[in-house]
Design a protein around this ligand. Sequence first.
Ligand SMILES: [Zn+2]
Length: 420
Amino acid sequence: MLVLRGGTLIDGTGAGPVAGVTIVVGDGRIAAVARGAAGEWPQDAEIIDVSGLTVLPGLVDCHDHLAMHGYDLARRWGLDEPQSTRTLRTAKVLQETLAAGYTAVRDAAGLDAGFKRAIEEGLIAGPRLVLSLVIVSPVGGIGDRASPSGFACCVPNDPLLPDGVVNSFADIRPVVRRIVRAGADVIKCATTGGASSRDGHGPFDGAFALDEIQALVEEAHALDRRVMCHALGGRGLRSAVEAGVDSIEHGCYLDQAPELLDRMAECGIFFVPTFAVYDYHRKSAFPHIRERARDLEEHHAASLSRALAAGVKIAAGTDAGGHGHPPNAIEIACLVRAGMAPLSALRAATGWAAECLGREREIGTVEKGKLADLVVVKGDPLADVGILQDRDRIALVLKGGVIAANRMAPAAAASAGSRR
Ligand SMILES: [Zn+2]
């Protein structure tokens, strides 16, 4: 058993901080959460004094691309280094992501099921993973790895990643089934272009007809998989909401269609804005990407505040990978910069994020019975959420009650045997 004693708890439910909390961890789960030193634990429990520190639920990133390491074509197509180097590079990102306090990540395409298995077998350290494997989109959509004329890359695609390209209506259900067969936990699709997609397929250019995306959602739900949909604006954004996807990713121009936000609130559709990636795109070498990212900036922030006002739940997502792997908590700071209160922004990366993943019964908040995924931070993240990006301030990371990172001062570390 492990006891974290005396910390200030921000529990991920949206409740304010509570000082002097004791958290008892046993069998990988939270056995008790109590104010003060109250509570019983065995003689041999390991006591960690976390007084003066802040305890949070393990952080969750709902939109990452852990196996992506750059936007340029050679990188995207895996031409610039051996597969083994690329695999080990991805493993390092997984380890660093966990050590930074992110105990769960939803990968929005690129990461194959082998990484999840390696983590579960203990071959490498990493967060809990919710995988989409690939992006389902029509020919010419953002998941189509071909040049505008149809030339496909000379290097065969990873055989562990099924093809997400849909050629016709009849293709939709089999494509979804193949992706699930390959180990997907969630279905990722795209109903619009994006900032970084090819010229001619931008944020307002639709992909899929309404009946196609409806069939996709129906099939995914029939296989007990949620649907996360890349949708920025225009008709494609509308059809995604109308088809009943489970989360809108990016959603930059939701402010132009407030009735969609009402619908999202009503149906429990999550909004996963991704601010960090557009900061990067605004400095892109490509004029069409720069222009799109600049145009959407104000709309994206307006979409966030309108969504909050409408009662839509927000989940944090970095959309990292293309722009490298900065600390995932960069997105929490972006949410605050865009107008979200720090406590709500933390909820977007904990309690609400877990709900977005459908894992709220196990993770996302510090409550008795949940998995002991915890982060101990030096400082007050409500005063400055930016501290969460500083590795040296992430004092302790627990995943399922096991210490995944420990940067506590040696004097403050374990003293076994003392009761209470
Ligand atoms: Zn993405």
